[in-house]
Design a protein around this ligand. Structure first.
Ligand code: DC
Length: 229
């Protein structure tokens, strides 16, 4: 791991657009991508498969330290990455609201966060890393030269999620999505360990009325100002 390796952290609540922005930036710059939320989702999924309760801190900490997870960059022309849990590709199952809620639950446990800390830091390899999550700038990479905190109103985030889901899920409902988003925000922001909050030195961007392209442009401008790109 190189401490000097270029790094941009992007934190914020679900639906702020950070996953899309992080993946596009990584591809555009040819850097690595850490989707830290996927680690928490994978851990919750693996625990459910093994019948481990989602509040069993010690058992989940042990599982988190040993979990066999691999992220494989998508082929040229495609964005995102393939995710393998115990050698088997995990598909849409990882992106359901249920997986997100399970992730949010296990993410509140101290032994889980401790088990995943070094695993996340190991993603910092040349030529650079885009780290997407909730505590990338505050806990995992406090020395990052550029920290972005991306937000959007809860209503706009629910609307984006609705548009993503409406063709895939039969009974998607905007009001219940908004409620789920508010519940998840409250749990992520008020937990004792590594709560969702901007780092003191983060650049805060509200994407409610911005396009993905505009968000990318703002981040690249900040990165250029710091000599990162
Ligand atoms: O970004 P996401 O929706 O995939 O994250 C799923 C959950 O994992 C989210 O509710 C909070 C948690 N999480 C976290 O606590 N810390 C991170 N760095 C990333 C995600």
């Amino acid at each position: 791991m190189s401490e000097a390796c270029a790094l941009i952290t992007i934190d914020g609540p679900s639906g702020s657009g950070k996953g899309t922005v992080a993946s596009l930036l990584a591809r555009q710059l040819g850097w690595h991508l850490l989707d830290s939320g996927a680690l928490y989702r994978l851990l919750a999924l693996a625990a459910q498969r093994r019948g481990i309760s989602l509040d069993d801190d010690a058992a989940l900490g042990t599982l988190g330290a040993q979990l066999d997870v691999r992220f494989v960059a998508a082929e040229a022309g495609l964005h995102g990455q393939r995710i393998l849990l115990e050698g088997v590709e995990v598909g849409d199952e990882l992106r359901t609201e249920q997986a997100g809620a399970g992730a949010s639950q296990v993410a509140a446990l101290p032994a889980v966060r401790a088990a995943l800390l070094q695993r996340q830091r190991d993603f910092r390899v040349a030529p650079g890393l885009i780290a997407d999550g909730r505590d990338m700038g505050t806990v995992v990479f406090p020395d990052a030269p550029l920290k972005v905190f991306l937000t959007a109103s809860a209503e706009e985030r629910a609307r984006r999620r609705y548009l993503q889901l409406k063709d895939k899920v039969a009974d998607v409902n905007l009001r219940s999505l908004l409620e789920e988003i508010r519940e998840r925000d409250a749990r992520d922001m008020h937990r004792a360990v590594a709560p969702l909050k901007p780092a003191a030195d983060a650049v805060q961007l509200d994407s409610t009325t911005l396009s993905i392209e505009q968000v990318l442009e703002r981040i690249l401008t900040e990165a250029a100002a710091r000599g990162l790109v």
